[in-house]
Write a protein that binds this ligand. Structure first.
Ligand code: PHE
Length: 447
C-alpha cells in the first residue's frame, strides 16, 4: 500500500483541482435532470429550496469528503482505514461499488450523446421536423449494436483520460472541457432567450408555484443535490487526496458547489425558452433531451449546428464526470492492491463496460426487467437512491463525531487558515446532514 508519499500524483494547480472537481459534479444530472425536475416541482419555489439544501448540506458533505481525502492522501477505502479503522472502510467500499454501478449506466446514456452529435447532421433534424424524433430515439435505443458501440466509444474515452493520470489526464482535459462547456452553454442560452415566445418558457421554469411544494419536493431537491454534487461515494475523497496541503479547502468546496449549481440553473435557460417558443410540451426525463429538444432545434435556422453544440455540451459534461467515477475505482486498486494505473484503468474500465451492457440493452427491451424496472433504472435506483445517501450519512457522521479533531485541523490547514463557520459546519455534519439524508433515504425508497 503506498502511503501519502512524495510519489503520489498531485493536481498541478488549484484551478486544475477545481475544474476537475466541478467537472465531476457538472454532468448529465445538471443539464437534463435539474431543469426538468425544477419545472415539475414548482419552479422558482423549488430553486429556493434546492439552493438552501446544496449550500448548507451539500457544501458540508463536500468539505468533509475533501478533508478526509486530503488528510489521508489515499483512495476512499484506504482513507477510512487510515483515519478511522474498524468497520469504517466499508463506507469506502460502498463508494467503490457505487462507482462501478453508476459508471456502468452513465456510460450508456453518455454514449447516446456521441450518437446524437453525429445524428445532428445525419437525419435528426429531418426526423424532428417531421415530428418523428421519438421514433428515431426508439429505433436507436432498440438497436443493440449501435447503443453498445457508442457506449464502448465513450468508455474508451473515459479509460484513456484516466489512464493518462491525474495531471496529464483528468486535470488537463477538465481544464479544456469545462471552460468550453461554459462557452457552449452561454451560446445556447443566448439563442434560446432571444427566440420569440421565450418568456412563456421562463415563466414555466421559474415562476414560484408554492402549491406544488410538498414533502416530496424537498426530497427531490436533496436527492438531486447529492447526485449532482457527486457526493456520498468518495469521489471528492479521491480527488481531495491529490490536493496539496497548502490550498484552502472551504473556499474550494464552495466554488465547486457554486459552479455546479450555476450550470444546473443556467441549463434551464437554454432549454425551456426554446421548448416553449416552438410550442412543445416540456416532457419528462430522457425524452426532453433526446426527443423534444431535437424537434425544437429542427425548427431553428442552423438547427443542426445548435443541436450538435447541445450534445457536445452534454458529452463534455458526461466525460468530466465519468472520469471521476472511474478514478474512484482505479485509486482503490492502485493504492490498496498495488495495481499500476494502466492496468487498473483498462481492466476496471472494461469490467464496467461489460457491467453496463445489460443497461444498454434494457431500454430496447433486450434484457429482462428487474421487478418491473428496466435494468438501467434498477441500477440507477440502487446506486443513486441507496448507496449515495447511505454513504453521505456515514461520511458526515465520521467527520462530525469520529474524526472530529482531525477534521477541524484539516479544513483550517492546521489552524493557519480561518474558517468562520467551522462550528456550524461541524453541527451540520453531526446532526443536520445525517438526519436530513436519513429522511430522504427512508422516504425516497419507493421502488
Ligand atoms: N454529478 C454527476 C452528474 O451530475 C454524476 C456523478 C455522481 C458523478 C456521483 C460522480 C459521482 O451527472
Amino acid at each position: 500500500m503506498s502511503e501519502n508519499g512524495a510519489d503520489r500524483e498531485q493536481w498541478g494547480s488549484r484551478f486544475g483541482f477545481i475544474m476537475a472537481a466541478a467537472g465531476s459534479a457538472v454532468g448529465l444530472g445538471n443539464i437534463w435532470r435539474f431543469p426538468y425536475i425544477t419545472g415539475m416541482n414548482g419552479g422558482g419555489a423549488f430553486v429556493l429550496i434546492y439552493l438552501a439544501i446544496v449550500f448548507i448540506i451539500g457544501f458540508s458533505v463536500m468539505l468533509a469528503e475533501m478533508g478526509i481525502g486530503r488528510a489521508a492522501g489515499l483512495n476512499a477505502v484506504g482513507s477510512f482505514k487510515k483515519l478511522g479503522g474498524g468497520a469504517w472502510p466499508l463506507v469506502g467500499w460502498m463508494g467503490v461499488i457505487a462507482g462501478f454501478l453508476i459508471l456502468s449506466f452513465y456510460g450508456v446514456v453518455a454514449g447516446w450523446t456521441i450518437a446524437y452529435m453525429i445524428k445532428s447532421f445525419t437525419g435528426l433534424m429531418e426526423a424532428g421536423a417531421a415530428g418523428k424524433a421519438g421514433d428515431l430515439f426508439g429505433a436507436f435505443v432498440s438497436s443493440p449494436a449501435q447503443v453498445v458501440a457508442y457506449q464502448a466509444l465513450f468508455m474508451f474515452a473515459t479509460i484513456w483520460i484516466v489512464f493518462r493520470g491525474i495531471g496529464e489526464g483528468i486535470e488537463k482535459y477538465c481544464k479544456l472541457m469545462m471552460p468550453a462547456l461554459f462557452v457552449i452553454l452561454l451560446v445556447l442560452i443566448l439563442r434560446a432567450v432571444t427566440l420569440d415566445g421565450a418568456g412563456k418558457g421562463l415563466e414555466f421554469y421559474l415562476k414560484p408555484d408554492f402549491s406544488k411544494v410538498t414533502g416530496g419536493t424537498i426530497l427531490a431537491a436533496l436527492g438531486q443535490g447529492f447526485f449532482s454534487l457527486s457526493l456520498g461515494m468518495g469521489c471528492m475523497i479521491t480527488y481531495g487526496s491529490y490536493l496539496n496541503k497548502k490550498e484552502a479547502l472551504p473556499s474550494a468546496a464552495m466554488t465547486v458547489v457554486f459552479l455546479d449549481t450555476m450550470v444546473a440553473f443556467l441549463s434551464g435557460f437554454a432549454i425551456f425558452p426554446a421548448v416553449f417558443a416552438f410550442g412543445m410540451e416540456p416532457a419528462a426525463g430522457p425524452g426532453l433531451t433526446f426527443i423534444t429538444l431535437p424537434s425544437v432545434f429542427a425548427k431553428m435556422p442552423m438547427g443542426s449546428v445548435f443541436s450538435f453544440l447541445f450534445f457536445l455540451l452534454l458529452f463534455f459534461a458526461a466525460l468530466t464526470s465519468s472520469v471521476s467515477l472511474l478514478e474512484v475505482c482505479v485509486a482503490y486498486f492502485k493504492d490498496e492492491l498495488g495495481w499500476s494505473r494502466a492496468k487498473a484503468s483498462w481492466v476496471l474500465g472494461l469490467v464496467i463496460f461489460a457491467l453496463g451492457v445489460p443497461s444498454a440493452l434494457s431500454l430496447g427491451g433486450h434484457f429482462p426487467k428487474i421487478a418491473g424496472k428496466d435494468f438501467l433504472d434498477a441500477v440507477d435506483f440502487l446506486s443513486s437512491n441507496v448507496l449515495l445517501p447511505l454513504g453521505g450519512i456515514f461520511i458526515s457522521l465520521f467527520a462530525g463525531w469520529v474524526w472530529l479533531d482531525g477534521a477541524r485541523k484539516e479544513v483550517t490547514n492546521q489552524g493557519s487558515h480561518p474558517f468562520p463557520v467551522e462550528t456550524a459546519w461541524i453541527w451540520v455534519c453531526r446532526v443536520v446532514a445525517p438526519l436530513a439524508i436519513a429522511w430522504i433515504f427512508v422516504k425516497g425508497l419507493k421502488w
